[in-house]
Design a protein around this ligand. Structure first.
Ligand code: AMP
Length: 594
């Protein structure tokens, strides 16, 4: 098809007119970043002028940046939580947004142990859809021929609940996959998935994964790209294949569907799709029964050009394992988004993971940047950030979050036109993360305190602890190092805590962690049982000696609550006296505790 030459783009030659339009949109937005931001803020403030929140700060209908910045405070979730709770409880007056709140998106960030509830409005779906529609036009600039095959994407819906007033509360991707935007998306040759909607939308995670894998195996030669949202999700799929290839191969050989697939819509769909294919079944058995799974992805899906998964931020820990299974296929991080708002995309998606930068699209929300640890507190606009500096992202959304601190730290790497590009540095205050869980220092501290109560009757206390996220195994799990002190009791000198008691401490810690952790453990099985490694008395003093020998100040030394430096972990592991695991699952239900 000839591409309309008037639509060609500085980003590169588009492959079709649709792509040309998308690339031109990116150019328009990024060339006029500041003007677009000014317009976005004015739109948000004028439509929401009569909301209780903006009236409270006496904005009096002003829509300019200066008045906005003088009168509206920069806030965190806890500041706006009372308003959010009122909406959740049924107050339909315009509290935050003039447009009705259509549902709540449950963030993987937590407050008081529960997922944060992010208000959203119907039209935000269009904005998210718009950002999605830009991804393939950019990818097509770098990878030719993606219309000649399919994408094997492992996509899932998660459980949803309702607030006391009946508003839905669910993760943003569940909301998107269940929307008409996704379910009735028009055919696009560059965006064809092997997974049928029936599998993606099946609420049972086993049935969903099983059929997505089965379809991916059946169409293995057509698969040009493999993906999941986060790296941990793709590794979970590989693990699933390791555990279930015998049954999958059986279905392929016989053309029948495993009896564990009971979802009627799924069964109906698969009935027309699955046919006996003994040759493919033998191939799957031959590859999967091989002890060596190095490069398994390219062996089973030989035409894969890249893996489409986020490996920036906390997910960087999975890069070596992905490289192992894929024989070093390119890893594409295409977008940066959250429940609060979708932010932007990577205009150079085939770059190395360490070089990924996201260009924030100025039409998505109004963005401000709080300098991070540079001594300056002057918050700046999108167009005014400086290359090399780190900032915390602050957003004002169409759905009614005003000057809200997202908690992400970003470093400016450069500009595309007048729009800055950001390296995702890290999320603030996250100590441990395996999947979408984020455990901070105070949550870990509370979990250790709660678990150590089980030791009181043994005259034992936890004198020091540290932790790390072990991602060598799939799924990964939390490891907590404990140094214990048992006061000797002359009457009963052998009263130290038993193996069983320490196993219970593992479970007690899990019970104390936030609901996202517990959902990953119980609902998604994406985190393995928590492990406590008891180390010899004096180990943490050795740790301090080691840090001081490397230049730490003795006066300022604090025990790191999370470690990932190999020599330190080797030191800790060489002092382990006993190892304990959670023997049970912690409690978790989709319902919120408060
Ligand atoms: P949630 O609110 O659960 O949707 O999580 C959103 C958060 O996930 C963001 O604020 C980031 O901390 C993280 N995140 C999203 N996209 C990326 C990305 N491309 N790279 C690194 N972290 C990301």
């Amino acid at each position: 098809m000839a591409v309309d030459s008037t639509l060609s783009s500085p980003l590169g030659p588009p492959v079709c007119d649709k792509d040309a339009k998308a690339l031109r949109f990116i150019e328009e937005m990024t060339r006029n970043a500041d003007a677009v931001q000014e317009r976005v803020l004015a739109e948000i403030l004028s439509r929401n002028a009569e909301t209780e929140y903006l009236k409270r700060f006496k904005l009096d209908g002003a829509t300019d940046r200066e008045t906005f910045k003088t009168k509206i405070p920069v806030i965190t979730y806890d500041d706006v939580q009372p308003e959010i709770q009122r909406i959740a409880n049924g107050d339909r007056s315009p509290i935050l947004s003039a447009h009705p709140i259509s549902e709540f998106l449950t963030s993987s960030g937590t407050s008081a142990g529960e997922r944060k509830l992010m208000p959203t409005i119907k039209e935000e779906l269009d904005r998210r859809q718009l950002l999605y529609s830009l991804l393939m036009p950019v990818m097509n600039l770098y990878v030719p021929g993606l219309d000649k095959g399919k994408g094997l994407y492992f996509l899932f819906v998660k459980s949803e609940t309702r607030t006391p007033s009946g508003l839905l509360a669910r993760p943003v991707l569940t909301s998107y996959y269940k929307s008409e935007h996704f379910k009735t998306r028009p055919y696009d040759p560059y965006n064809v998935y092997t997974s049928p909607n029936e599998a993606i939308l099946c609420p049972d995670s086993f049935q969903s994964m099983y059929t997505q894998m089965l379809c991916g195996l059946i169409e293995r030669n057509q698969v040009l790209r493999l993906g999941a949202v986060f790296a941990s999700g793709l590794l979970r799929a590989i693990r699933f294949l390791q555990l279930n290839w015998v049954e999958l191969a059986h279905d392929i050989r016989t053309g029948t569907l495993n009896s564990k697939i009971t979802d009627q819509k799924l069964k109906n769909h698969m009935k027309h799709f699955i046919k006996p294919d003994p040759e493919l079944a033998s191939f799957v058995i031959q590859e999967c029964s091989n002890e060596n799974w190095e490069g398994i992805i390219t062996r089973i899906w030989p035409n894969t050009k890249y893996l489409d998964v986020i490996v920036t931020g906390a997910m960087a820990q999975y890069i070596p394992t992905l490289n192992y299974y894929s024989g070093g296929l390119p890893l594409a991080c295409t977008m940066y988004a959250s429940s609060e708002c979708y932010f932007g995309l990577n205009l150079n998606p085939m770059c190395k993971p360490s070089e990924v930068s996201y260009t924030i699209m100025p039409n998505m929300a109004y963005f401000e940047f709080l300098p991070h640890e540079s001594g300056s507190t002057r918050i700046v606009d999108l167009a005014d950030v400086e290359v090399g500096k780190e900032y915390e992202l602050v957003i004002t959304t169409y759905a009614g979050l005003y000057r809200y601190r997202v908690g992400d730290i970003l470093r400016v790497t450069g500009f595309h036109n007048s729009a800055p590009q950001f390296h995702f540095v890290r999320r603030k205050n996250v100590l441990l993360s395996i999947d979408s869980d984020k455990t901070d220092e105070s949550e870990l501290q509370r979990a250790v305190e709660n678990a150590s109560k089980l030791l009181v009757k043994f005259n034992t206390s936890v004198v020091e602890y540290t932790s790390y996220a072990d991602t060598e195994t799939i799924p990964g799990h939390y490891v907590i190092y404990w140094e214990l002190l048992t006061k000797t009791d002359s009457a009963n000198s052998s009263n130290s805590p038993s193996h069983e008691v320490l196993n219970k401490c593992c479970l007690e810690m899990e019970e104390s962690l936030n609901s996202v952790y517990r959902q990953c453990r119980v609902g998604d099985h994406s985190i393995g049982p928590l492990e406590i490694r008891v180390v010899k008395s004096g180990t943490f003093e050795e740790l301090m000696d080691y840090a001081i020998s490397r230049g730490a100040s003795i006066n300022q030394y604090k025990v790191p609550r999370c470690v990932n430096f190999t020599p330190i972990m080797e030191l800790l592991d060489s002092r382990v006296v006993s190892v304990h695991f959670s023997q049970d699952l912690p409690h978790w239900t989709p319902e919120r505790r408060r």
